[in-house]
Ligand binder design. Structure first.
Ligand SMILES: Cc1cc2nc3c(=O)[nH]c(=O)nc-3n(C[C@H](O)[C@H](O)[C@H](O)COP(=O)(O)OP(=O)(O)OC[C@H]3O[C@@H](n4cnc5c(N)ncnc54)[C@H](O)[C@@H]3O)c2cc1C
Length: 387
């Protein structure tokens, strides 16, 4: 297993419950959540969707809270989620190997896996659960700017460094909006530029009525515990096997609808004093004496200290540097995503990929923590008894 985030940990816990399998897990546990998300961030997913799935249901958020006395509720603060993940790891994968995998190559019927210190091991199967960190998207208009002038949201842990600075945030999704709120609260002067005509805020009047006004039964009917997608659609997206049977065009439409850029309702008040420039985009950005001058599509210009790119992630598995070029090229792909079969197995037998890269085949559930249950159980079904 390469990676020890929610998917790697959950899958390892499920596989270890299967007799006869030897499972080794590599990577820093919860590293992406600890290093690439900002202090003060709140999870958007609800309580049930923030549980890291485990085979006998013993490693829940409630069990964590009872065992440690660490109290929190929704929205779950990122630091609390990290502590829960580390607690989960200590119980499910206590012998985790923190070394980084630097190279995976085919080796007969299996794989050769090289670690950062030069050790090489062999494995019948390799499961990639390496997350989205490598896929941070930096649009071309910002590529030539140094990191001191333009950086992706994922490289920041603490926005205090921007106190007293002018920062332009690019993007209209949760990451951009929450970063803007945190920057503002850290004492930066902030403006948000987004292409969208309006910001879509989650849990509006309709959704609130469906959640609270129609009672528990109706709510359960419309929303799956996985908490991905709007009323009704949520139930379909929670069943990747059903989704897989739909025509490609329809699946793409549902995907787009399910994860359209949106901000959590609790950001509205926090952004009241932050100007949001909508239906706008940056056409060029150039260094200007230690600052950066930005030209917008309406011809207006502003000079700021920094541009923060809340421009999201674009999956392209050839960017996983640990996959040897030969191996990466031999994986059947569509738009950078692997085409997967049962057990989230790629076209290379024995090579599985979990998490966001599985979205193309199994739908948007796979890019959220709550998708780890389906992925882990599907892995077990495909692997148990075959090795
Ligand atoms: C700002 C932000 C907010 C989010 N909020 C939510 C939310 O509220 N709810 C939700 O469900 N999802 C949220 N997500 C999505 C979230 O990233 C995924 O749900 C989750 O991280 C997927 O888990 P994962 O295990 O696939 O990846 P990750 O958590 O990224 O874990 C991957 C692991 O692999 C390790 N790794 C990578 N390369 C190697 C290597 N070569 N060798 C060894 N180890 C390696 C990394 O160190 C890391 O620990 C958010 C994402 C972002 C960017």
């Amino acid at each position: 297993m390469i990676g020890a985030g929610p998917y790697g940990l959950s899958a390892a816990a499920h596989l270890r419950a299967v007799k006869g399998l030897e499972v080794r897990v590599f990577g820093e546990p919860m590293a992406f959540w600890q290093r690439n998300m900002p202090v003060g961030m709140l999870l958007r997913s609800n309580w049930t969707a923030t549980q890291i799935a485990c085979p006998r249901g013993a490693l829940t958020l409630e069990a964590y809270q009872n065992a440690t006395g660490d109290r929190f509720s929704t929205p779950v603060p990122v630091d609390s989620f990290v502590r829960y993940g580390l607690w989960y790891q200590c119980r499910a994968v206590p012998d985790l190997d923190r070394r980084k995998v630097v190279r995976v190559e085919r080796d007969g019927a299996g794989f050769q896996v090289a670690l950062e210190d030069g050790e090489v091991c062999h494995s019948r199967r390799v499961i990639v659960a390496a997350g989205i960190g490598t896929f941070a998207w930096r649009p071309p208009e910002f590529r030539d700017l140094p990191a001191s002038l333009a950086s992706h949201t994922s490289v920041h842990r603490d926005f205090a460094e921007f106190a007293g600075k002018q920062v332009l945030v690019v993007g209209g999704g949760q990451s951009a909006l929450e970063s803007a709120a945190l920057l503002h609260e850290s004492g930066a002067g902030v403006e948000v530029v987004a292409r969208r005509r309006r910001i879509h805020w989650l849990q509006g009047t309709l959704s609130k009525t469906l959640h609270h006004g129609l009672g528990e039964f109706t709510k359960r009917l419309l929303y799956a515990p996985t908490d991905v997608g709007p009323a009704g659609l949520s139930q379909l997206l929670a069943r990747p096997n059903l989704l897989q049977g739909l025509p490609r065009g329809l699946r793409d439409k549902l995907w787009k609808r399910a994860v359209r850029p949106a901000g959590a309702r609790w950001l509205v008040d926090r952004l009241r004093e932050v100007p949001l420039l909508l239906e706008s985009s940056v056409v060029s950005a150039a260094p200007a004496g230690g600052r950066v001058t930005v030209r917008l599509h309406d011809g207006s210009e502003r000079t700021v200290d920094h541009i923060l790119l809340g421009t999201g992630y674009r999956v392209d598995i050839s960017k996983y540097a640990f996959l040897s070029p030969g191996l990466a090229q031999s994986i059947d792909r569509a738009n950078g995503y692997p085409r997967l079969r049962e057990g989230l197995e790629t076209s290379v037998p024995g090579l599985h990929i979990l998490g966001a890269p599985a979205v193309w085949t199994f739908g948007p559930l796979m890019q959220f923590v709550s998708g780890a249950r389906y992925a882990s159980q599907a892995l077990v079904r495909a692997i148990a008894g075959k090795n």
